[in-house]
Design a protein around this ligand. Structure first.
Ligand code: SAH
Length: 457
């Protein structure tokens, strides 16, 4: 097989990234994006490695029954959606299978542990956060939209279906300013300019925070830009300039300057009010977050008497949503602003049995263990890379009755579940939750219990 060959394929499964998988008569696996299980197609081969190849659709011979007509002109180029061409029910099946594949292949656990997937209430306009890059295209025109898949090339698009309408309107307002004043855009030679537009939305009030990520905390025409935004969108309750002067792919810098309104947005989640600063993590799909937290709450099975340790707690949302059901809540989070949010969120909700530690989760867990703190239930909700083996050892050493593992990556979740399973804990249930419709990502909550009689006390 070589580049530019045309090969007939049946798409039989999907990769964890959302590419279709077909197999040739010579047993070469071919990955083809924008396909669906059941498609019969001719693929043009783009790249060949040993036993695998990458292709694109040359012609679709028989479309899969899962296919629908995509309602976005750029979905095949943009790195945001990968499942916009298939039905939502098919998408849910693929995501559940992704969790089953990871749990069985990486975690060596039984597929029957994986429950039905909890769907998202909304499949469009569900995102309460957008980070929209700004630059110039090759012709020197402003370009603003979303990154192409596996790339930092920006696909021009200001009408994202995953965003609430107000985000798209505000993005267009920015774009018209960039056309008028191209010097507003950050380049290697213009390091005061704007790099990203970062928008947040509090669904419960419809309030919007506009955070402009720029090389400096002041730039030309800012008064005109901000006055225009304030005048046109009364929903905007906060405008912040985040300074990021570094040569980095990390979007946000460390410093924020509030130029209008409040320093944070406030949203209601699980009946509690949460203030969220620009640097604090907040789940992007509010109604799915509520479903996920409900599942985490079921798995925590609190009776009112427990010490609950919430590791990677962000602004405190998961732990505080169940603080009324435990004796003491201890939250741990590495971002200072998020810890400050968590502390004031506790007070704002009349919660007095909570304390929060600003630290790396592994270090804090070790310190708590040395202090003799023995939580009955531990919740972990780490970033994609998951937990360290040391942290798992420390948690096991504290001998909690239950660990609730909330994860945005089934592969690292499964790796870590195997480590718990090797140490007197057993996995009782795993529930996938769809937090990110139309993308290949899937969230999960897992319940891990200490085996009867096993204790390290
Ligand atoms: N549980 C929260 C946040 C989950 S996101 C919620 O549901 O909203 C993961 C969080 O882990 C982020 O807030 C991130 O800042 C934090 N984090 C990342 N690395 C960390 C570390 N080493 N120690 C503690 N917290 C960390």
């Amino acid at each position: 097989m070589k580049k530019n060959d045309i090969i007939r394929l049946n798409i039989v499964s999907m990769t964890s990234d959302g590419d279709g998988v077909g197999r040739t008569d010579e047993n070469i696996v071919v990955f083809v994006p924008n396909t669906a299980v059941g498609d019969v197609l001719d693929a043009r081969i783009l790249k060949v490695k040993k036993n695998i190849a990458y292709g694109k659709i040359e012609s679709l011979i028989t479309p899969s029954e899962d296919r629908i007509t995509p309602d976005c002109a750029v979905c095949e180029k943009c790195g945001g959606c990968v499942y916009r061409h298939i039905s939502y029910s098919a998408e849910l099946g693929i995501k559940r299978q992704k969790v089953i594949d990871a749990v069985t292949r990486i975690g060596h656990l039984d597929a029957s542990l994986v429950q039905e997937i909890i769907p998202s209430e909304n499949i469009d306009a569900y995102r309460n956060k957008a980070q929209i890059p700004v630059s110039f295209d090759r012709e020197g025109n402003p370009v603003m939209g979303f990154y192409a898949r596996h790339s930092h090339r920006i696909v021009q698009e200001l009408d994202c279906r995953l965003s609430p309408a107000v985000f798209n309107e505000i993005a267009k307002e920015f774009y018209s300013f960039f056309e008028k004043y191209p010097e507003l855009i950050y380049t290697e030679n213009n390091r005061s300019g704007i790099r990203h537009l970062y928008l947040r939305y509090a669904e419960s009030s419809a309030d919007v925070m506009v955070c402009v990520v720029a090389g400096r905390d002041d730039f030309p025409h800012s008064d005109e830009l901000f006055d225009s935004l304030k005048e046109k969108y009364s929903q905007i309750k906060s405008i912040v300039i985040n300074t990021n002067p570094n040569d980095t792919n990390v979007i946000l810098g460390a410093k924020n300057r509030t130029v209008y309104g409040g320093e944070y947005l406030t949203d209601i989640l699980c009946g509690k009010r949460f203030a969220i600063s620009p640097l604090s993590f907040y789940q992007v799909n509010r109604s799915s977050a509520e479903r996920l937290y409900q599942k985490a709450r079921d798995y925590a099975a609190l009776s009112g008497d427990e010490v609950l340790l919430d590791l990677y707690c962000g602004a405190g949302t998961i732990g505080l949503s169940m603080a009324d059901d435990c004796r003491e809540l201890i939250g741990v989070e590495i971002i200072e602003d998020a810890v400050e949010n968590a502390r004031s969120n506790a007070l704002e909700n009349g919660i007095h049995n909570a304390r929060f530690i600003c630290s790396d989760a592994s270090k804090a867990a070790l310190m708590l263990r040395e202090e003799g703190v023995s939580p009955d239930v531990v919740i972990v909700d780490p970033p994609r890379k998951g937990l360290t083996p040391e942290l798992i050892d420390t948690i096991v050493g504290m001998s909690p009755d239950r660990v609730v593992y909330v994860s945005c990556d089934p592969a690292t979740l499964s790796r870590d579940l195997a480590l718990f399973t090797a140490q007197n804990y057993s996995v009782k249930e795993i529930t996938p939750v769809d937090m990110f419709p139309r993308t290949s990502s899937v969230e999960s909550a897992a319940m891990i219990s200490r085996k009867e009689g096993a204790s390290y006390d």
